[in-house]
Ligand binder design. Structure first.
Ligand code: BG6
Length: 493
């Protein structure tokens, strides 16, 4: 019978911009995500269609308060430790350390905050896995330099990264450079602070910015290794294979091209240079990359492992005529008639995780790390105060089984991190009602609620999964007697 290795890293994740809040406290500067409102005006800003986004008192900005992790991290980490997490993934808010982004020296209050947070993890024996940039760049760099479109931003990022390695390497050994690097293709402002000017060649801007991000990532890997031999650094992909809609070669070819587009950045980060198909892709997109002579050499530094998020597979066709489109996913695709979808239209495909894992390992031959997997769903607080999220347990269970199958196929996997540890603001929609956590947070889409934390049924289930090192995935029922929270008000969402 299959056994997970004793060292297998079971974990769960949050990100600074979706959880911390306290957007102007502790000397923190404004970041790109702070400019993205909830509601109808969200998408134009998020996609970079607003050339100069500005804060507006008539809008609600979910990241400004998040779920108040900044003030409640001790209480939250204690809960996660109770669940038995071996690894806790979070990100550092760049603008907490460098409020404008171009300062010479970091903000000591920001450093103290993260040192304390990581010490707290250490106290419970939870390894932190830290993303340097999880959809996060100081607005100072966006406004003054045009964000990653400007090569100077690489140096500011490296100063920030070096600060993190210097100050936090005693507590942190697992690092990711950029969260879901490929998302900057689909959501340029939230992904990388890129806002377009009218008439620009968007592909040129995006791929030039991505080139700078890739140079920054490669140099950060080198720095991490310099600071500690124990540091291991991963790239991070928004994963999920592109299936051809049918065996029609036109559909298959479309899927090959979409895979290339999707894996483009990981090809650079994991293989040390632009892939063979880059030249044609650039030509077709009208992109002419500005490179300096040393760039090819810089890009040769690869990441140590490949991390990825997995929520859904995608499906594509040579022609989308007469095909239903699945608009739910950030990455637009054709609706797969074989798959059910979540309440937000994301295709649910556990076998797709096994497929993705096999494909990624075949391609890169480096250890994999699943750093996000989970189900965004509406939860209900029952009159007795419990949250019976069996649908989430079922989703996670099926994905863990598929992951186990992939490991039996021979794919080396460092760990499995769910999204998310506690409920937080949705990155795509800005809603609170799209909940992923094991811990419920009393807050609604408009920002109302007590912020009280409440363990869901899945909390007890995941605790059991970790305690049995993945052997026991079926739920045994002790949670109701363990449930301590008295019933309280339920937010209207
Ligand atoms: C990933 C991100 O895209 O998916 C997370 O790294 C995000 O930040 C998660 O929250 C789920 O997406 P969403 O849009 O449902 O929050």
């Amino acid at each position: 019978m299959f056994q997970f290795p004793e060292t297998f890293l079971w974990g769960s994740a949050i990100s600074a911009n979706q959880a911390e809040g306290a957007f102007r406290e502790g000397g923190r500067g404004i970041s790109n995500i702070d400019m993205i409102p909830h509601g109808a005006d969200r998408m134009p800003v998020k996609l970079g269609n607003v050339a100069q986004p500005a804060l507006d008192p008539d809008h609600f900005y979910p990241s400004h308060t998040g779920v108040d992790f900044y003030h409640r991290y001790r209480e939250d980490l204690a809960l996660l430790a109770e669940m038995g997490l071996r690894v806790f993934r979070t990100s550092i808010s760049w603008s907490r350390l460098f409020p404008r982004g171009d300062e010479e020296t970091p903000n000591p209050e920001g450093i103290a905050f993260y040192q304390d947070l990581f010490r707290e993890c250490q106290k419970y024996g939870m390894q932190p896995l830290v993303t340097l940039s999880h959809f996060d760049i100081p607005m100072g760099l966006v406004e003054k330099y045009g964000s990653w479109r400007n090569r100077k931003v690489i140096d500011f990022f490296l100063r920030y990264a070096e600060t993190c390695f210097r100050e936090f390497s005693p507590y942190v050994h697992y690092w990711l450079t950029f969260n879901e690097i490929n998302i900057l293709l689909h959501s340029p402002f939230s992904g990388a602070g890129i806002a377009f000017q009218p008439g620009e060649n968007r592909n040129q801007v995006i791929y030039q910015a991505a080139h700078h991000v890739l140079l920054a990532s490669a140099q950060a890997v080198r720095l991490a290794h310099k600071y500690s031999a124990e540091n291991q650094v991963g790239c991070m992909l928004a994963g999920g294979s592109f299936y051809p809609y049918s065996c029609n070669p036109a559909d298959v070819w479309e899927s090959v091209q979409k895979e290339q587009e999707n894996l483009f950045f990981i090809d650079v980060q994991a293989r040390g240079g632009y892939p063979s198909y880059a030249a044609k892709m650039f030509r077709e997109k009208g992109v002419s990359l500005v490179m300096e002579p040393q760039d090819t050499e810089i890009l040769k530094t690869c990441t140590d492992f490949i991390s990825f998020s997995y929520y859904a597979s995608r499906c594509v066709a040579g022609s989308t005529e007469d095909k239903e489109i699945n608009d739910g996913n950030v990455v637009r695709s054709v609706k797969n008639p074989y798959l059910k979808t979540s309440q937000w239209g994301w295709a649910i495909d556990p076998l797709g995780l096994r497929i993705t894992m096999n494909q990624l390992y075949d391609r890169y031959q480096k250890p994999l790390f699943i750093v996000e997997n989970g189900l965004g769903a509406r939860d209900t607080v029952e009159p007795d105060g419990s949250i019976q999220d069996d649908y989430r347990i079922d989703y996670l269970r099926q994905h863990i089984l598929a992951m186990r199958d992939a490991m039996e196929d021979g794919v080396p996997l460092m760990g499995y991190i769910t999204w998310s540890a506690i409920d937080l603001v949705s990155a795509s929609t800005g809603e609170m009602s799209k909940r992923y956590g094991f811990v419920y947070v009393d807050k609604d889409n408009a920002g109302n609620g007590t912020l009280e934390r409440r363990k869901k049924k899945s909390f007890y289930w995941y605790k059991q999964v970790i305690a049995t090192n993945g052997q026991c995935l079926d739920w045994k029922e002790p949670h109701r007697t363990e449930h301590r929270n008295p019933p309280k008000r339920v937010s209207a969402e």
